[in-house]
Design a protein around this ligand. Structure first.
Ligand SMILES: NC(=O)c1ccc[n+]([C@@H]2O[C@H](COP(=O)([O-])OP(=O)(O)OC[C@H]3O[C@@H](n4cnc5c(N)ncnc54)[C@H](O)[C@@H]3O)[C@@H](O)[C@H]2O)c1
Ligand SMILES: [Zn+2]
Length: 707
């Protein structure tokens, strides 16, 4: 499924891997057209590093390890001070160990920390002389970069003139916000260009491009400022008093100065940099920024932690690749490359016709994705998507995954156009294409008959005497628009229907009245939420006990219900939100909204704390005797050792075979977290909650005999 998974076996494979990594880096930093997603690239580089440490005599001079930008890019404008990369940590433990190492190095506690979002764009150096922006230089190999001054004036947040006539070098990240990416995609398509694969590569390609027929907008956020020396032709350098302040003030105050001059910094955004005194608030701040990720207007791939005081930074020093006073707490990749297999067109309850992508299954942050939203027909066209394309898929937090763009440079020529429906795929009537979101001209009526017929069916509300013909007539006569309207029907208009006598009308009204007392499981099933049939509806009703509990549940909570995984949960939440008005109508009509005999989750939890089973989560089911009986297990990070080859689904099956319950999110009810390599926020959360954390090796040992 992924292009690069295997370990490196011999010198030939090693040389090939180095070659692949170098060309991927060159494409990534240059034109933004790498064939690999970051996860695949990082895995490749990890493989190279592992091979090199086992065979130090075979290290090739081209190797990307230990170099800024993997040594794949060059530049001809020397930097005044090297523009370095950052070392990485992947979880709270790693961060604590890194902090301890740094404090050992400087021989004292670090006085305070700056915690900042790690913006996912490209580093740039902006040189200001007497307040005027005179030169833009990319990071290059860290020692020298490329002059991209033709972008002066084109990057929001990087003013051509500062509020004060200072001479200073500002460093920061150039990126595209989501809106800028959409706009750039549209302009590029109009100009006949191949689509950008994602915002980051769009920014990379656009920064270097000259003489394009179209303009795109980019955004800058600063994260550093330093004195700029004078030079022939440039005049004087930074004024000595300011140079001294830039060298001596804490990093956080330097950034305040820069913001005061008019440079955009992340100070104003959600997840703004914060200063923390000790490791505990530091970790909390890292988690807070990480949690904001799905809502941010632009991508972040981690959180940067920096020693804030100039003296601490000076004593820590730098290595050839990265500063020793800063580290990147990496977050799991939320974007992957996979194949677009098909496009389905669904007609929603309001008649909206929406395309959905069927994907070659791909794991994104521990969740296997098979569907992703494509928004609307116009989007497909604007993005220039083809069937069979490699596409970038984005999923963060509990949002429904989306197809971002095709990876046009990976096309083989075998891709085919996506068929766009000419008529409503549900009823065959015309499509109203006047809005971005297409709609069947019948609107709600398009699916009304089908959904009412479903709602009154035997496995749902089971209303006898309400056949297809009657429903058709009721809808045609506008007596009902949805099944909630059935409960407010009166006798008179019913008598006007074809072949409806007084007796059948009364029988029908009685049957409808009786349906009001159906258990919640049946009422829920009647809603026709995608992915919830009869059995699933019953489980949901039993789990939540009341409709109120169901309506306030978020996607993570839904995953506590057996059979609901991380792909289905957000879809259910979104559909329930859409069904809100219908549910309100049902409640107003007096339809039962409780499941007889079920206990609400909150009451269950309270009962458990009153009579704690302590360390013995007694298996209520037949799992007794099995090693994971009664335990809820979450798996995160990359598995190693005996478990290395198991996919997430296989891990889940293994857990179930061992009597446990597999879940994808860590909560107070998790019993064990299996944390592999690169385990991130889940591990931090488990530790915070005091949940047992096992390495893949320790977990495999528990399951001896089952593997
Ligand atoms: N897909 C590919 O083919 C490919 C190729 C090469 C690299 N990559 C990806 O690039 C990453 C490594 O690249 P890198 O060395 O450019 O970056 P890095 O992850 O080592 O981090 C250093 C960079 O972080 C950025 N940054 C963002 N916010 C910052 C802040 N607040 N303070 C300081 N710096 C901040 C700066 O641009 C800085 O240069 C990896 O994640 C790798 O997957 C991918
Ligand atoms: Zn229709």
């Amino acid at each position: 499924m992924d292009p690069v998974v295997a370990g490196i076996a011999d010198e030939v494979a090693y040389a090939a891997a180095v070659q692949t990594a170098v060309s991927a880096s060159a494409a990534y930093y240059g034109t933004g057209t790498s064939a690999l997603d970051d996860d695949a690239f990082d895995r490749l580089v990890r493989g190279i590093a592992a091979y090199e440490s086992a065979h130090p005599d075979q290290v090739l001079p081209d190797s990307p390890t230990g170099k800024v930008a993997g040594g794949a890019v060059v530049g001809d404008v020397p930097h005044t001070v090297a523009m370095l990369s950052l070392d990485n940590v992947f979880h709270a433990d790693g961060l604590a160990a890194w902090v301890a190492g740094l404090e050992r190095r400087i021989g004292r506690p670090v006085a305070q920390w700056s915690v900042e979002p790690k913006l996912d764009g490209l580093a740039i150096s902006a040189r200001y002389r007497q307040g005027r922006l005179v030169q833009l230089v990319t990071r290059g190999d860290g020692v020298a970069g490329e002059d991209v001054s033709h972008n002066i004036g084109a990057v929001a947040g990087l003013p051509e003139r500062l509020g004060e006539p200072v001479t200073v070098e500002i460093r920061g990240e150039v990126l595209m916000t989501r809106a800028q990416f959409e706009a750039a995609t549209a302009s590029r398509a109009q100009a006949g260009g191949v689509p950008f694969a994602n915002p980051r590569s769009a920014a990379a390609g656009s920064l270097r491009a000259k003489d394009r027929a179209y303009a795109v907008e980019m955004t800058f956020f600063g994260y550093g400022a330093l004195p700029l020396p004078g030079g022939s032709g440039w005049g004087a350098g930074t004024e000595p008093a300011l140079a001294a302040r830039l060298r001596e003030l804490p990093h956080s105050q330097v950034m305040e100065l820069a913001a005061g001059w008019g440079v955009q910094t992340p100070a104003a955004i959600a997840g703004a940099p914060a200063v923390c005194g000790t490791v505990e608030p530091l970790v909390q701040r890292v988690e807070a920024i990480a949690a904001l990720r799905p809502e941010l207007e632009f991508g972040i791939d981690g959180v940067v932690v920096k020693a804030d005081l100039a003296a601490d930074q000076a004593d820590a020093g730098v290595s050839s690749r990265a500063p020793r006073w800063a580290v990147a707490y990496k977050l799991p990749a939320v974007e992957k490359i996979t194949t677009l297999l098909a496009v389905e067109w669904n007609v929603g309850r309001t008649g909206i016709i929406a395309p959905r992508a069927v994907l070659e299954p791909v794991e994104v942050d521990g969740v296997v994705i098979t569907y992703a939203t494509l928004h609307n027909a116009g989007d497909i066209e604007r993005r220039g998507l083809l069937l069979g394309d490699k596409v970038t898929v984005y999923r963060a937090g509990d949002v429904i995954p989306r197809v971002e763009a095709p990876v046009a440079h990976l096309r083989t020529g075998a891709e085919t156009p996506i068929a766009i429906p000419g008529v409503c795929p549900h009823c065959g009537d015309a499509i109203d294409t006047s809005q971005k979101r297409w709609r069947c001209v019948r609107g709600r009526a398009c699916t009304a008959v089908t959904s009412i017929r479903y709602a009154v069916g035997r496995d749902q509300l089971d209303i006898e005497g309400l056949g297809e013909k009657i429903i058709d007539q009721l809808v045609a006569a506008s007596l009902v628009t949805d099944f909630a309207d059935l409960f407010t029907l009166t006798r008179e208009p019913l008598l006007d229907l074809d072949r409806m006598g007084a007796t059948s009308a009364d029988n029908l009204l009685n049957a409808i009245e009786a349906a009001k007392t159906k258990p919640l499981g049946k009422v829920f099933a009647a809603l026709g939420v995608r992915g919830t049939g009869r059995a699933m509806s019953r489980r949901i009703a039993r789990h939540f006990a009341t409709m109120d509990n169901i309506r306030v549940a978020d996607a993570a909570t839904f995953q506590d219900v057996e059979g609901i995984g991380p792909e289905k949960a957000p879809v259910i939440v979104a559909e329930l939100a859409e069904l809100g008005p219908l549910i309100d109508k049902l409640i107003a009509a007096g339809v039962n909204m409780a499941e007889p005999g079920a206990t609400a989750p909150a009451e269950r939890a309270a009962a458990e704390t009153e009579s704690p089973g302590e360390s013995d989560p007694a298996p209520a089911d037949g799992g007794g005797g099995l090693p994971l009986a009664g335990l809820t297990v979450v798996v995160t990070g990359a598995m190693t050792g005996l478990l290395a080859d198991l996919s997430r689904n296989q891990m889940n099956e293994l857990i179930e075979r061992a009597g446990g319950r597999a879940s994808s999110s860590v909560s107070a009810r998790t019993s064990v977290l299996v944390a592999g390599e690169k385990a991130g926020s889940k591990k931090a959360k488990a530790e915070q909650l005091g949940i047992e954390v096992l390495s893949p090796a320790a977990f495999a040992e528990r399951l001896t005999g089952l593997l």
